[in-house]
Ligand binder design. Structure first.
Ligand code: AMP
Length: 284
């Protein structure tokens, strides 16, 4: 496995692989790799391509009071996972490679911004988040020149926005998605789960429970979205460490809220467990 730390070298490695007739599959991550990321790597491998995993904690997608500084970073451990998964290249660029002037610079004056899907839900609560995501994904695409890029359904709104960005900007890249990998008790794997105390970890199952309550009610014939949302709110309130950010039933393509829920709509949740903000979703 090759560890690459500069954009130029990454572009060179991609060009060489392509001249050799290989397709390239990119798995963008922020590191602190877990089995959710591993599922993405395996999906990338299934594409019959050389697999590149990018590891970069992107400063521009964090708000000023968010966890950029604390975000877990362990490149050695991440590389061990990638070697085990037969990844071809780990692309872990230095900040100065990605943003002229480094992580804390606001000197970049070119941004990529999706303006419809990014308005609501996460976009509303985390202003600038998706602008940072789209910008860094565009940079990673330009560095790795992938034929395929793999994203997780765990970050559902992000997946939809990236699909839209690829269409709008004519990137010749196929976006492949992978279902959310969960702990046995339903908690979606996330690098941020490391922040949870034992007590908070036990209560964090409330997201999955609330989503399933909504799905069960829907399957029993309750199609009023407001009542489904209220059921999720009540379920979250049962966990003392939990503070709800949003609970919504939305159209799975437009992410607009619905009044009458239909099969294929998506239930989305964001919940603070203590100081840790977690998100999850479930298709009805
Ligand atoms: P992150 O490192 O958290 O930015 O995530 C990198 C990629 O992994 C994104 O496409 C996420 O949606 C995906 N991902 C994160 N957690 C999971 C999970 N539990 N199951 C599947 N994919 C995931």
């Amino acid at each position: 496995m090759k560890l690459i730390r500069s954009v130029k070298e990454m572009q060179g490695a991609s060009a060489t692989a392509k001249r050799g007739g290989r397709r390239i599959a990119l798995v963008p991550t922020m590191g602190a790799l877990h089995d959710g990321h591993v599922a993405l790597m395996r999906k990338a491998r299934e594409q019959g391509a050389a697999v590149a995993v990018s590891i970069y904690v992107n400063p521009t997608q964090f708000g000023p009071h968010e966890d950029f500084k604390q975000y877990p970073r362990d490149l050695d451990a991440d590389c061990t996972v990638c070697v085990r998964e037969s990844v071809d290249v780990v692309f872990a660029p230095y900040d100065a490679e990605m943003y002229d002037g480094g992580a804390h610079s606001h000197q970049a004056s070119t941004w990529v911004e999706e303006t419809a899907l990014a308005k609501r839900l996460e976009g509303e609560r985390r202003p600038g988040h998706f602008r940072g995501v789209c910008t860094v994904v565009a940079k990673l695409f330009n560095a790795a020149q992938p034929d395929v890029a793999v994203f997780g359904q765990k970050d559902y709104q992000q997946l939809k926005i990236v699909q839209r960005m690829v269409r709008d900007l004519c990137y010749p890249i196929e976006i492949v998605s992978v279902p959310t990998v969960r702990e046995p008790d339903g908690l979606a794997l996330s690098s941020r789960n490391q922040y949870l105390s034992a007590e908070e970890r036990a209560q964090a199952t409330v997201l999955w429970k609330a989503l399933n309550i909504a799905a069960d009610l829907f399957n029993e014939g309750e199609h009023n979205a407001h009542r489904l949302e209220t059921a999720m709110v009540r379920a979250v309130q049962l966990a003392p460490a939990a503070r709800l950010d949003y609970a919504e039933i939305a159209d799975a393509e437009t992410l607009e809220p619905v009044h009458e829920a239909q099969r294929g709509n998506i239930a989305l949740l964001a919940v603070h467990i203590g100081k840790t903000r977690l998100i999850d979703n479930l298709v009805l």
